[in-house]
Design a binder for this molecule. Structure first.
Ligand code: PLP
Length: 393
């Protein structure tokens, strides 16, 4: 145990709460070797497709071991521009409207650092991805949580935004489809949100990392709606759709003045994303769509299974329209989210995350990630059923 005190740690960092997910993983780690099925980690169970790995190996063999342009390799930015036009109907110039980042995580960090003054308010829908609120606190801005509800399939509504809005709100953080709820918005709902953003002059940070994992209906990007491209930073990456979490590669697209502000922070911090990851990402965008469709089909099948089983067991679960998360309620079986998650782990060795890890609006729910093999998922569902039946006795 080190004797160094924490007097050198910055106050706002010391004040950051521990991630609820991390706490839970520590519990899971203690059960190593006990046949735990984890539905906890939000990560594809697939390995990055071989041709993508091969592209990285080839790049190394060719001696590509240097820095790239701060904005990222021009060929990759061109491929991103083509992809975003074809899939989202939004045109960005590769020269100055796209920046390649170290995952969506870095793009988010750059955006908060580039756009938030101390005291600025950032609205975000909640339950939400665990990093948003801490990232906002780290730049001395304030988070304004906007609740989403199971009764709306966790879609964000313009009414909820209006009710939560306070003077000083400058940014809306959107994540559709959403981690942890799988909720998303259809075009009409998104149009109402866009109108609200224009009315209140909000900048939108749109994290669309799960857009390729949309199972029902089509995904619409808010950036594609009239009057929105000029006030939106579109954030995307390779981690989820291409099973590339460990490569740490993503990007942001937006108006050149805003990308330039993000670039200023990036050039003095990260400088550029790894060239090896950029080469792999280029191969993924150019030749990886069959892999994406195959993986999406498998997630779709698993989603249908887990949602059906949750509802049969008595854990009311809406059908997530996208992502690889189900977010059932534990209220119907008379348990809090923590009682369910801890009891299930201890008695039946299945790990799910208590919904409160994603903010107070996650109370009464747990997150189960179905990026786990179908057979494993069947066993996990059987174990959950046993646990619930046991608890009823
Ligand atoms: N945004 C959301 C909503 C996520 O769920 C995650 C990872 O779980 C990230 C961003 C981070 O993505 P990346 O691996 O590209 O940094």
């Amino acid at each position: 145990m080190s004797t160094t005190s924490n007097r050198w740690v910055a106050g706002h960092v010391a004040a950051l709460p521990r991630s609820g997910i991390r706490d839970f993983f520590e519990l899971v780690a203690k059960m190593k070797g006990q046949d735990v099925i984890s539905l906890g980690v939000g990560e594809p169970d697939f390995v990055t497709p071989w041709h993508v790995r091969k592209a990285a190996i080839t790049a190394l063999e060719e001696g590509k071991t240097y820095y790239t342009s701060n904005l990222g390799m021009p060929e990759l930015r061109r491929a991103v521009a083509t992809y975003v036009t074809e899939h989202f109907g939004v045109n960005y110039r590769p020269e100055d409207q796209i920046i390649i980042t170290v995952g969506v995580s870095e793009a988010l960090d750059l955006a908060f650092r580039a756009f938030c003054n101390p005291g600025d308010k950032v609205m975000y829908h909640q339950p939400c991805y665990v990093s948003y609120h801490p990232s906002i606190s780290l730049v001395h801005a304030e988070g304004v949580a906007v609740p989403t509800y199971a009764k709306d399939n966790f879609a964000l509504t313009a009414e909820a935004l209006r009710a939560a809005w306070v003077p000083g709100c400058k940014i809306l953080m959107l994540n559709l489809p959403c981690n942890p709820t799988g909720g998303t918005c259809d075009r009409t709902q998104l149009e109402a949100i866009a109108a609200f953003c224009r009315e209140k002059d909000l900048l939108v940070l749109s994290d669309e990392i799960y857009s390729e994992l949309t199972f029902d209906g089509t995904h619409t990007s808010i950036a594609s709606l009239p009057g929105m491209q000029d006030r939106t930073i579109f954030l995307h990456g390779f981690s989820k759709a291409f099973a590339m979490t460990g490569w740490r590669i993503g990007y942001a697209c937006g108006p050149e003045v805003l990308i330039d502000a993000m670039m200023k922070v990036h050039q003095y911090s990260m400088m550029c994303a790894s060239i090896i990851a950029q080469e792999a990402a280029l191969e993924a965008l150019n030749n990886g769509w069959d892999d994406v469709c195959e993986m999406r089909d498998q997630y779709h099948r698993r989603r249908d299974l887990i949602v059906r089983r949750f509802n049969e067991i008595g854990l009311t679960c809406h059908s997530p329209r996208g992502s690889f998360y189900a977010f059932p309620s534990t209220q119907g079986i008379g348990m809090t989210e923590k009682e369910f998650a801890i009891g299930l782990l201890k008695e039946q060795k299945v790990a799910v995350i208590p919904g409160t890890a994603f903010g107070v609006n996650g109370t009464g729910h747990v997150r189960a990630c179905f990026a786990t093999g179908y057979e494993q998922l069947v066993i996990a569902c059987d174990r959950m059923e046993k646990f619930v039946q046991g608890a009823k006795k």
